[in-house]
Design a protein around this ligand. Structure first.
Ligand SMILES: [Zn+2]
Length: 125
């Protein structure tokens, strides 16, 4: 029987300036995968908030991807000049690290974080 194509899950901002760069990265690093793609304005702000613990709609979306698609990796992304998370790049990178820790401790799935500097250069965090 042919092995089923695998999934990854990407959690990104809604910002249209980021999607091409993020998809290029995902296609390069996770070839031949389906990409579950969840966006929210300033995604990393929600993911790194201890109190919010990404409840509600966002949490449900993540749970559905994980339960039904069993993604082999989760990629979280943030970017400069974010309307939904208007803080310095350095602060956003800290938030990415925090989000990565929180998601890693909640799910037994490999998590990586990327930051799109000036909406051009993608760096691992
Ligand atoms: Zn944004």
């Amino acid at each position: 029987m042919k092995e089923k194509k695998k999934f990854i899950l990407c959690l990104n901002c809604i910002d249209g300036r980021t999607h091409e760069a993020i998809f290029d990265y995902l296609k390069r690093n996770y070839p031949e995968r389906y990409i579950d793609y969840i966006t929210a304005p300033g995604m990393v702000r929600h993911l790194s908030d201890e109190k919010e613990k990404f409840n509600g709609f966002l949490n449900e979306a993540i749970e559905i991807s994980i339960k039904f698609h069993n993604p082999e990796a989760i990629v979280i992304a943030a970017h400069s000049d974010c309307a939904g998370n208007p803080v310095e790049d350095a602060k956003q990178k800290q938030m990415l690290k925090k989000a990565k820790e929180m998601i890693s401790s909640k799910y037994n799935i490999s998590v990586e974080a990327v930051f799109l500097e000036n909406n051009q250069n993608l760096v691992n965090v």
